[in-house]
Design a protein around this ligand. Structure first.
Ligand code: CDP
Length: 315
């Protein structure tokens, strides 16, 4: 019998499905945007009441003295009592001096940023936040900018790219040159296995006299932030770095602009296929993150005038 012809199985959706989906998303999106100050202040005050990001987002010697008990936010039963050695790695002073910045750019790593020409606009922000040590040179600069005031580093990158910092460490220090003297924010106390590698990152930067300033996320802040977003209706196992940094920016900055947030396979305007990141096509762990759901919350905040989400090119 002749074989019945069926379409080959494909993991990627075809753009027929995507147009409908994207148009639905875009129905709620307008390029024309005006900040709604009352809405902004209300959201900021809800956030700061529940999370106190300005004071508590990061661990400092002032907010976490020797003897404090840290409760890991990813492993509820794990705790760590701060001893003098660990304490000596905590940030001295206040990473966010008591003022708010006028404009902050939070740069997600979405493929939507590739060829966007948004570099200049991103760099014009007073404070620029980036996620997970993204590459900035080799042609990316025009599209993502170079200015960095704060960059996060997921310990999994340290494990995969720099041999968990168990061997030679120069390559790691050199790879941070493009971030100047920015803060390097590490989730050292989210999971037990994050702690030793984060401490090794700290010691490496100190030993090599790197200008980059390592600092640790406060697990209590991450816990409260997860509760906050749950109370907003977001169901996810782990918040993504992007929504964490956006939340912090809403407390620290009077104007929050987002770039590189678009967790879909096709460009919203050209409908061309996109890679997951602007620099590679490594997929997001959907088991932990719910980026499309997070995105609909960010879209809501955009349409309420709380923050500005950039989706188009910046030409
Ligand atoms: O660490 P994580 O896996 O959360 O993030 P990433 O893949 O390094 O990207 C940084 C952030 O950009 C994410 O946390 C998302 O918020 C955002 N992103 C996005 O909105 N769309 C994408 N296609 C990729 C990342």
């Amino acid at each position: 019998l002749p074989q019945k012809k069926t379409a080959p199985p494909t993991s990627k959706p075809s753009c027929k499905d995507c147009r409908e989906k994207i148009n639905k998303v875009l129905e709620q999106y307008s390029e024309v945007w005006k900040k709604q100050d009352e809405r902004f202040q209300k959201f900021r005050s809800q956030l700061s009441t529940k999370c106190h990001g300005v004071e508590k987002a990061t661990i400092t010697q002032a907010n976490t003295p020797v003897g404090s008990k840290l409760v890991y936010d990813g492993e509820k039963k794990r705790t760590l009592q701060v001893n003098p050695e660990i304490f000596s790695t905590f940030f001295k002073g206040h990473p966010f001096p008591n003022k708010t910045w006028h404009t902050c750019a939070v740069v997600g790593n979405g493929g939507i940023l590739a060829n966007s020409s948004c570099g200049k606009m991103i760099d014009s922000a007073e404070f620029v936040i980036r996620c997970n040590l993204p590459p900035l040179s080799n042609g990316y600069e025009k599209h993502v900018g170079i200015k960095t005031d704060l960059v996060t580093a997921n310990p999994s990158i340290l494990l995969e790219k720099f041999g968990a910092l168990m061997g030679r460490r120069r390559k790691f220090v050199e790879s941070l040159h493009s971030y100047g003297n920015s803060l390097l924010l590490l989730p050292a106390f989210s999971y037990g296995h994050n702690t030793p590698v984060s401490l090794r990152a700290f010691y490496t930067l100190e030993d090599f006299e790197s200008p980059v300033q390592p600092i640790f996320f406060n697990p209590g802040y991450l816990h409260n932030l997860a509760l906050f977003w749950r109370s907003q209706g977001l169901r996810t196992i782990r918040l993504s770095t992007g929504i964490i940094m956006t939340s912090l920016a809403l407390e620290l900055c009077d104007n929050v602009q987002l770039y590189g947030f678009w967790p879909f396979d096709f460009h919203p305007y050209s409908f061309q296929t996109l890679t997951n990141h602007y620099y590679d096509d490594r997929k997001t762990k959907t088991k932990f993150h719910a980026m499309p759901d997070e995105f609909s919350h960010l879209l809501r905040l955009h349409s309420q005038g709380v923050l500005k989400l950039h989706l188009g090119d910046c030409k």
